[in-house]
Structures are given as structure tokens and as C-alpha cells.
Design a protein around this ligand. Structure first.
Ligand code: GLC
Length: 571
């Protein structure tokens, strides 16, 4: 695809359940999104990505789909969807769908048929396997492999009716589709073409690097590594970046995207390496436009999952610097701090206390948006929304938090407090509390009872307040997005990391033709001086943007300050 319009674009992610509720049932819906399209247009984003809105039992908040070609009644119907799509397009915004095809819901018709009988023609659409050799089916340890599921418990569910197990890398209500079967692939491609024909502008592809599994000659899957103290093994060697992944993505491209223009495809790929991402995003190979990698959001995760690691800025810079360098001449990066699976970045890598919340949210935005790649803004990030003050496990709704909690306490001997400490800081529900529109009792999200509690800080942190305040995070994000649209060096310039050993300052330059930008962000509550070559000349360069007045003197940044300078250079 020669048409890489998305290099200049900013994407905004909507988690529909938590965005805006138009009918008072406590659950966000598509009409609610329509009602707030002007907020998004004013922010200036180019693309909206909707987390899944298809019919679903909502076991994993819609990432368990029971019908790929309709709309979940809680959210609306196809007519409202068409209205939303038209409303986005009328405002110059594109709209991409979440494509969740590593697995379906166990309530999808395909799975109901598959599980009905061993000889059903759709049996092989999912991963059915007999019990481990020599073991009684359905007894502990008889699962075909020792893999754990991401949400706790084994990755296999025993099915009484046919005496076999099916694979589910996520919840037992999310059986993995068998991509080895060409009928499965053709059904998925047909469904994707149906959405594109309807007018959608592309897809964000959920855990798409897990669709190909390593299979033995006899059709078996192999055990994974079991680490000390863990109840189940990590089977990811057998399903992350599996042997046929590139082939499947190229086939999808041929069958779905070839000959269509103006689309965006982004593959969510936990555990992907830079080398693999170069292959996935090389335009000549026709796979996807960009991938979501995870290294920079796993930087504060140590070998022990239930021990919090503080952020080490040098490690974060090494990771993002490696991704910038790796995709400099080939392929393309996506850039994100937040999504519906990550805690709020201002609480995680910034300072969400009253003194520095606004400054640090803006600093984090500056550093991210000035990288080379396509930035993603997650709902509420443009307001500097924070983590939620969770108490006990009863405050959480996320299937991952609940499942991992049970496994850690029941099978792995962890204490509730140790697990809760990590869930409070890192749990996915932090991102899923309702969008804070105003200071009214339910933050303007709903007139009913929200499905997940509204953060009490909505009295201060909300869209109405931010829109009214020219110094808000919202208006600063508008400037960042605008800068990508108007300054070609932001979109296209090359990237050079500076000060790799500095634990407080994140600094880099971007350069395109005769324009050079210097970006510095202070990741600390102390003043810090950028000891870079050329500091004198940069100090007198044009200041394009700063989040904290006054501008630094002699490149000494205040607490959580960020700056962007611009100067002319010889080509
Ligand atoms: C992705 C989604 C996450 C979901 C999982 C299973 O990682 O982002 O929310 O739980 O896939 O579909």
C-alpha cells in the first residue's frame, strides 16, 4: 500500500461500555458515542477505534463475540451503527473496528455446532484434543497440555458430551478458532469484507499473533515451561508468532484488503520482537500497517508477577529507542501509553497527585506524540484521567483480575494483600471506569447506576472543566495532535535518542530536511538540566511547545516539564 496517510494521523480509542450511556442502563452505548462526536472532532483526532460492539455474552466485555455481523443490543443496532459511522465520516474522522478472531464466544453458532458432535463438519473449526495419554478425561492434570489461560486456570476445558477438551487461551467462554482450517479463514475474511463494504476504515486485530499454533506431526500441542511456584505453564512458545502467522496475514491481505484504499490495519501482538515487527509492517510484504508491541508497558513488570517494579526511565528509553531504530528504514511504529488493558499512564509513569497531575500528563503526551509512529489516545487520557482508588477484590469487575486473584490465592499461596497491591496499580479496570464528562454525580456518564464505579475525582477531572480551561490537558493534547498534522518533521522525521543514561530526562531529536526538533521530558519532580551537546544553540531556538511556564533557562527543566524546540539546520 503506497497510501500511508496514517503516518500523519492520530487514533482515538473508545471503550464503548465506559464512554457514554444515552439510555440510563449504566452501560455506554453507540448513541452515547454519537452524542460526543464533537468532543472528538474538536480534539482533532483522525481515526476512531471502537472496542468490540458485536453481540456478546460480555464475559470479557465484548472480546467474546457470539455474532460477528451484528451489534450487541446493549450498545444499539446496525442502524445506529450506520449513523455513527456517517457522523464520524461527516466530521472527517475514519472509524476502525476491533477484530477478535483468535477466538469467538462459546455461544457463537460456530462453536455450538462444533461442540455438538465429534463428527460435525465444524468440529475442526476449534482446537479439540483428547485427554493426555494414559489419564482419565476430566481429572486434574489430564488436560492435553499444561498451559495456563491468561485469565487464570488451565487453557483447556473438558466437554462432558464428547469427552474431549477445547483450547481457550483466554476465558473458557473464549474458545480458540482453528486457523489451520481454510473454512475458518474464509469465513473470517468474508465477515471482514462485509464490514468494509459497509464503510468501516479498517481493523485493530486482537491478539492476532496468536492465531498460528505449533503443532506436532501427530497433531498434538506440546507442554510449556513451568516456572517455580506457578500452577500452570506458559505455553506462549507454541502460539506467539507461530509458524504460519505471516502466511495467514498475507492471505488475509489478499482476500480482504487488496485493491481497497484509505484503510488502517493494526495488529495487537503481545511479545512481538522488533525483528518480527519489521516483517509484519514492511509494506512490500502486505501484512499489516503497524503493530502494537508490549515491551514498554512490561518494563515495570519483573519476573515475579505479584511484585511491583518501579519504572526505570533508562530501561523505558532503551526499549522505545530500540523500536524507533528498528523500524526507522522499514515498517512503522504505533505509539501508545494507554488502552483498555493498561492502567492510567499518569498514575503509572507520571505523578497523579494534585500538584503535578496536569504537568505530568502533558509531559507524557509530549514525549509519546513526538516519537515517529502513529499515536493512539485512549478515552480520558486527553483529560489526564487517573487510576481508581480500588479497595478489595469486590471492587473489581475484570475477568482477568478476578481469575488471576483466585489462582494466586487458591493455588499459588499468595496473600490477598500482595495480589491486591498489584491489581490496584496495574489492573485493567483502572482504564475502564466511566469517562468523566462533568462534575455531576455519575460524571455525566449515565443517569442510572454505572456498571463500574465512577472515579470520585471526576469533580475536578472532567471534560467540561478541561474544555473550559485553556491550560488543560485537553487543550494541550489538541496542540500535540495539531503539531503532527502541521509539522512534517513530527510525522516523517528521523529519530535520535539522546541522554540514554539519564534517569530523569527523556530527550531526543527529530530531523527532516532543514528542520530539526529537540524534545525533552522531565520524568521527575525535581529540576533537571539536559547535558546535551549544543545546549547553547538549542536554548535560543524557537520554543514550539511547553507544558509549564516559564520556558526553561539553559535547558534546565522544571518538575515534569516538557519542551519542544525547533531550529533550521543544513540538510
Ligand atoms: C486483547 C484485548 C483484551 C482481551 C484479550 C482477549 O489483549 O485487548 O482486552 O481480554 O485480547 O480477547
Amino acid at each position: 500500500m503506497t497510501d500511508s496517510w496514517w503516518k500523519k494521523a492520530v487514533v482515538y480509542q473508545i471503550y464503548p461500555r465506559s464512554f457514554a450511556d444515552s439510555d440510563g442502563d449504566g452501560m455506554g452505548d453507540l448513541r452515547g458515542v454519537i452524542d460526543h462526536l464533537d468532543h472528538l472532532a474538536e480534539l482533532g483526532v483522525d481515526v476512531l477505534w471502537l472496542s468490540p460492539i458485536y453481540p456478546s455474552p460480555q464475559d470479557d466485555n465484548g472480546y467474546d463475540i457470539s455474532d460477528y455481523q451484528d451489534i450487541e443490543p446493549l450498545f444499539g443496532n446496525l442502524a445506529v451503527f450506520d449513523e455513527l459511522l456517517a457522523g464520524a465520516h461527516a466530521r472527517g474522522m475514519k472509524l476502525i473496528m476491533d477484530l477478535v478472531v483468535n477466538h469467538s464466544s462459546d455461544e457463537h453458532q460456530w462453536f455450538l455446532e462444533s461442540r455438538s458432535a465429534k463428527d460435525h463438519p465444524k468440529r475442526d473449526w476449534y482446537w479439540w484434543r483428547p485427554a493426555r495419554a494414559g489419564m482419565e478425561p476430566g481429572t486434574p492434570g489430564a488436560e492435553p497440555t499444561n498451559w495456563g489461560s491468561v485469565f487464570g486456570g488451565p487453557a483447556w476445558e473438558f466437554d462432558e458430551k464428547t469427552g474431549e477438551y477445547y483450547l481457550h487461551l483466554f476465558s473458557r467462554k473464549q474458545p480458540d478458532l482453528n486457523w489451520e482450517n481454510p473454512e475458518v479463514r474464509e469465513a473470517v475474511y468474508a465477515m471482514m469484507r462485509w464490514w468494509l463494504d459497509r464503510g468501516v476504515d479498517g481493523f485493530r486485530m486482537d491478539v492476532i499473533n496468536m492465531i498460528s499454533k505449533v503443532i506436532g506431526e501427530d497433531g498434538s500441542l506440546r507442554d510449556g515451561r513451568l516456572s517455580a511456584g506457578a500452577a500452570y505453564a506458559d505455553g506462549s512458545d507454541s502460539f506467539i508468532g507461530g509458524p504460519r502467522l505471516h502466511e495467514f496475514l498475507q492471505e488475509m491481505h489478499r482476500e480482504v484488503f487488496e485493491g481497497r484504499e484509505g484503510l488502517l490495519t493494526v495488529g495487537e501482538m503481545p511479545g512481538v520482537t522488533v525483528e518480527e515487527a519489521r516483517l509484519h509492517t514492511d509494506p512490500e510484504r502486505h501484512e499489516v500497517d503497524m503493530v502494537f508491541q508490549f515491551d514498554h508497558v512490561w518494563v515495570d513488570r519483573g519476573p515475579d508477577p505479584w511484585l511491583l517494579q518501579p519504572l526505570q526511565l533508562t530501561a523505558l528509553k532503551a526499549i522505545l529507542g530500540r523500536w524507533q531504530a528498528g523500524l526507522a528504514d522499514l515498517g512503522w511504529n504505533s505509539l501508545y501509553w494507554n488502552n483498555h488493558d493498561q492502567p492510567r499512564v499518569v498514575s503509572r509513569y507520571g505523578d497523579d497527585g494534585p500538584q503535578y497531575r496536569v504537568a505530568s500528563a502533558k509531559m507524557l503526551g509530549t514525549v509519546l506524540h513526538l516519537h515517529r509512529g502513529t499515536p493512539y489516545v485512549y478515552q480520558g487520557e486527553e483529560l489526564g484521567m487517573t487510576n481508581y482508588p480500588f479497595g478489595g477484590i469486590e471492587d473489581f469487575r475484570d475477568i482477568e483480575a478476578l481469575g488471576q486473584y483466585r489462582q494466586a490465592l487458591d493455588l499459588e499461596g499468595r496473600s490477598a494483600e500482595e495480589v491486591l497491591t498489584v491489581l490496584r496499580a496495574r489492573g485493567r479496570d483502572n482504564a475502564r471506569t466511566p469517562m468523566q464528562w462533568d462534575d455531576s454525580p455519575q460524571a455525566g456518564f449515565t443517569t442510572g447506576t454505572p456498571w463500574l464505579a465512577v472515579n470520585p475525582n471526576h469533580r475536578e477531572i472532567n471534560a467540561a472543566a478541561d474544555r473550559a480551561d485553556p491550560d488543560s490537558v485537553f487543550h494541550y493534547y489538541r496542540k500535540l495532535i495539531e503539531l503532527r498534522h502541521t509539522e512534517p518533521a513530527v510525522a516523517e522525521g528521523d529519530f535520535t535518542m539522546l541522554l540514554p543514561h539519564d534517569e530523569r530526562l527523556y530527550a531526543f531529536t527529530r530531523r527532516l530536511g532543514t528542520t530539526e526538533l529537540l524534545v525533552i521530558g522531565n520524568f521527575s519532580g525535581e529540576p533537571a538540566r539536559a547535558e546535551i551537546e549544543d545546549a547553547g544553540s538549542w536554548s535560543s531556538a524557537e520554543l514550539v511547545l511547553t507544558n509549564v511556564e516559564p520556558a526553561p533557562v539553559d535547558l534546565t527543566l522544571g518538575p515534569w516539564q516538557a519542551v519542544v524546540y525547533r531550529r533550521a539546520v543544513r540538510p
